[in-house]
Ligand binder design. Structure first.
Ligand code: SF4
Length: 373
């Protein structure tokens, strides 16, 4: 039974189950979400990632990429609870950066990130120990993309490492290589390779580290020659774009421009006209000339939203296949309504809380990045 539409229902100590919300029609869910938001006012902050579906993102108080949202969460001095319509690592980062009295909730705990899961901290600790048998690990800076678990950020904090985003990866790699001669970059090999290549680092100075192979698939001798070790991880969404999709777009739109995210493979990035983070992609399209034509290689919901927002421009999704973030898609109106209703009832669900020690070191790695601007 749902009592959210009837605030006079006496307080309960038991959370209402998700099954109460799963089959509700769209109108009722909309009513629950908007009415709870109205009643909770500024004590509640709903954050929506750009890749989120329209039915969810329209309820967000703030939208952005993962870092922007976490920073906004950290700066908010009014809210008591944050509902993060994103994926697990984003909610963890918001918990680390927000005030201790603020609770962070993820409407569906199963909303993870397949890329972040490719570098679990146990495998990273094993890799570090293996590397220590062949190299001086004090001469390696671990760099993690923000799309990673709090435990991995904490590992970086403890080992003199740092966090990066797709906007600042170059600046962060510059910083890291200015301090120590080698970098271990995780979890996304493509962002690491594309960034290092753009900095002029030759491909033969980079090696892939496959955590399923002894010494990451390298030899003790070969590992000495490499400056950048790229963890073998990828984004299942951006990995689906292929150079052939760009050829196809160029045949259809010879004067069009191709704009892709740096999580795409190197061959796609090399063939594109422009490469940049989610915020860069949005700004580029927002500022593009009317009647201009674009092939965009990033998450489907975002591209569709950009196309709707700019009917005066031709905006095509680069792939003929559906490339959407299926884990983020788990946050749907029933989960959002369930989460908000239980928050209001005083029976909060799905709180994401990083333990104090992990948060302390993860914060060190995040602060190193934030201090670089
Ligand atoms: S789009 Fe890729 S990197 Fe981003 S949350 Fe989804 S799986 Fe993770």
């Amino acid at each position: 039974m749902i009592d959210t539409l009837n605030p006079r229902t006496p307080p309960s100590t038991t959370a209402t189950p998700f099954s109460d919300y799963r089959d509700l029609d769209a109108r009722t869910l909309e009513e629950i979400i908007t009415s709870v938001k109205d009643r909770l006012g500024r004590s509640l902050l709903v954050l929506g990632h750009h890749y989120q579906q329209d039915e969810v993102i329209r309820h967000a108080d703030l939208t952005g990429d993962s870092l922007k949202l976490s920073q906004l969460a950290g700066r908010n001095r009014v809210c008591q609870a944050i509902v993060f319509c994103g994926v697990h690592f984003m909610a963890e980062t918001a918990d680390i950066l927000s005030a201790p009295e603020v609770s962070v909730h993820l409407p569906d705990r199963a909303a993870g990130c397949s890329m972040a899961d490719m570098a679990d901290v146990e495998s990273v600790e094993t890799a570090w120990a293996e590397l220590a048998q062949h190299l001086d690990v004090d001469q390696i800076t671990p760099v993690t993309y923000i799309n990673s678990s709090a435990a991995l950020k904490s590992f970086c904090g403890r080992h003199g490492g740092i966090v990066c985003t797709s906007s600042n990866a170059r600046k962060i790699l510059d910083w890291a290589l200015g301090r120590r001669p080698r970098v271990l970059f995780f979890p996304d090999q493509h962002l690491g390779r594309n960034t290092a290549k753009a900095m002029g680092i030759a491909l033969d100075r980079m090696a892939v580290w496959d955590p399923r192979e002894p010494l990451g698939g390298n030899t003790g001798a070969s590992i000495q020659d490499h400056q950048i070790l790229l963890w073998k991880g990828h984004c299942s969404v951006h990995q689906m774009f292929k150079p052939g999709h760009i050829d196809q777009f160029r045949r259809l739109e010879p004067s069009g421009k191709v704009l892709v995210h740096p999580e795409c493979m190197m061959e796609v990035v090399d063939a594109a006209d422009l490469v940049g983070s989610t915020e860069f992609i949005i700004n580029t399209i927002d500022q593009a000339e009317p009647c201009s034509s674009w092939g965009v290689g990033t998450e489907l919901h975002l591209v569709n939203r950009l196309a709707k927002r700019h009917p005066d421009k031709s905006i095509r999704f680069l792939s003929p296949m559906v490339c959407m973030c299926s884990t983020m898609y788990r946050i749907d109106p029933p989960h959002l309504a369930w989460c908000l209703a239980n928050l209001e009832r005083g029976t909060p669900i799905n709180r994401i809380q990083v333990d104090a020690e992990t948060a302390r070191w993860a914060r060190v790695a995040l602060d190193r990045m934030l201090e670089l601007g």
